[in-house]
Design a protein around this ligand. Structure first.
Ligand SMILES: Cc1ncc(COP(=O)(O)O)c(C=O)c1O
Length: 443
């Protein structure tokens, strides 16, 4: 980064600082990953200089010779990797991709139906305050008391509310989504089935999680989570979707531009292409298998330490832990783990008695640490550290006689963490592991 260093030392230093942070901590936020340097180089390339509103051979600007080749190539790669007849590669990220689908298929005021935010749905699946519920009529379904999707409940709500789109997707579900059941329900009420596979995209490409391609009409996915690409998104139309609506792919293209976006980010489109190439290898399949093997081991180990896993375990890359038996809020545990270099997030649990800002759980995932080549042996260590940190912090909380209400104050939690002397030694151990497994540069 010699040019950046010369031009803007402040930004250069922040990048160095962030790289060091990523290097010296374990990325266990399930939606994060480490993209290869090849993806990074494509993202930082001269493609970022080019305007090209429109689509290959149909643009408003001149100078499209190379970007037309690029976009066509990346579309073909996406079609091949996911096994679909049409792909749009221009959505700037997951949220605009979802909004583009709604714009394509709904009129303002029409009904869409997705998993509630409290049960692990994404904001864009019809949460209050999100555009998906401001411009459309959003109805939600929830997970049951065990955190499982109750398909009979989904059917009942769908029959009553008659949504035009049913969204099958979550951000905090450790189990396999039953695409077939969702498809049957959508069929019964004449709705489009949209599968937002953002979290599990890489697992589907790696063939360790069932694909919704035969069941959904349209699929959206971010490309920066398990897929390990740039921050961007894809919108895929399936055979089934084109059968229901032969204009589906055209409607989606139009919803992106002129509907909700302007010029495509060709640097990101180039990087999506690189990520798709990287994900098309046998090595990537092994990676996807290891992501799940690691999550399962981590789940078993945490259960040995009496951590309560929502749904009792995991079939995917993700674990949701209910901390209520540990006497601590999600915030405190997530912040204490961050202090030792284990980075994950606080999260609500099914029918959480506590509000979303102070939830009762934590959520973690294995895509990032598996990219670093950590395996079962290291999962056991991580589970041990999570247990040690949780225990030590709970002891300090008790010693300081901090009430649940006081724990909501950031300064109080900071004090508990600072007073927990044991964390220093664990931080050292985490750092040693990070040094042993450096951030990868290629896959
Ligand atoms: C299922 C799902 N859909 C959509 C999104 C939104 O993606 P972005 O943050 O790129 O807008 C996310 C992000 O976490 C997600 O988990």
């Amino acid at each position: 980064m010699k040019h950046l260093k010369k031009t803007d030392l402040e930004i250069y230093k922040l990048i160095q600082e962030e790289e060091k942070r990523q290097q010296n901590t374990l990325q266990m936020i399930p939606s994060e990953n480490t993209a290869s340097k090849a993806v990074e180089e494509a993202m930082g390339s001269v493609f970022g200089n080019k305007y090209g509103e429109g689509y290959p051979e149909k643009r408003y600007y001149q100078g499209n010779k190379v970007i037309d080749k690029l976009e066509s190539m990346v579309i073909e790669r996406a079609k091949k990797v996911y096994g679909v007849p049409a792909a749009n590669v221009q959505a700037l990220s997951g949220s605009p991709a979802n909004f583009a689908v709604y714009t394509a298929l709904l009129s303002p005021g029409d009904t869409l139906m997705g998993l509630s935010l409290a049960s692990g749905g994404h904001l864009t699946h019809g949460a209050a305050f999100n555009a998906s519920s401001r411009y459309f009529r959003a109805v939600n379904y929830d997970t049951d008391k065990n955190g499982m999707i109750d398909y009979e409940e989904v059917r009942k709500i769908a029959k009553k509310e008659k949504p035009k789109i049913i969204i099958a997707s979550t951000t905090a579900y450790a189990r396999i989504l039953d695409w077939k059941k969702f498809a049957e329900i959508a069929e019964e009420v004449g709705a489009y089935l949209m599968a937002d596979i953002s979290h599990i995209s890489g697992l589907i490409v790696g063939e360790v999680y069932p694909s919704p391609v035969d069941y959904a009409h349209v699929i959206t996915t971010t490309t920066h989570k398990s897929l390990r690409g740039p921050r961007a998104a894809l919108i895929l139309s399936t055979e089934k979707g084109l059968k229901k609506d032969p204009d589906l792919a055209k409607k989606i293209d139009k919803a992106i531009i002129p509907g909700i976006q302007g010029g495509p980010h060709f640097n990101n489109i180039a990087a999506i292409g690189v990520a798709l190439k990287e994900a098309s290898t046998a090595k990537y399949k092994k990676y996807a298998q290891q992501v799940i093997a690691n999550a399962k081991t981590l789940a078993q180990e945490l259960q040995k330490y009496d951590f309560k896993l929502v749904t009792g375990g995991t079939d995917s890359h993700l674990l949701l832990v209910d901390l209520r038996n540990k006497g601590l809020m999600g915030n405190t545990v997530a912040e204490a783990l961050d202090a030792v270099g284990i980075v994950l997030n606080r999260n609500g649990v099914p029918q959480d008695p506590n509000p979303p800002f102070f939830p009762s759980g934590i959520r973690m995932g294995t895509p990032g640490i598996t990219s670093r080549k950590l395996e079962e042996k290291e999962m056991k260590l991580i589970a041990k550290w999570i247990d040690e940190v949780t225990k030590a912090v709970a002891e300090t909380k008790e010693l300081l006689k901090v009430t649940a209400e006081e724990e909501k104050k950031k300064s109080v939690r900071k004090n508990i963490i600072e007073k927990t002397k044991k964390l220093k030694a664990i931080k050292k151990e985490v750092l040693a592991l990070c040094k042993k497994f450096p951030l990868p540069t290629e896959y």
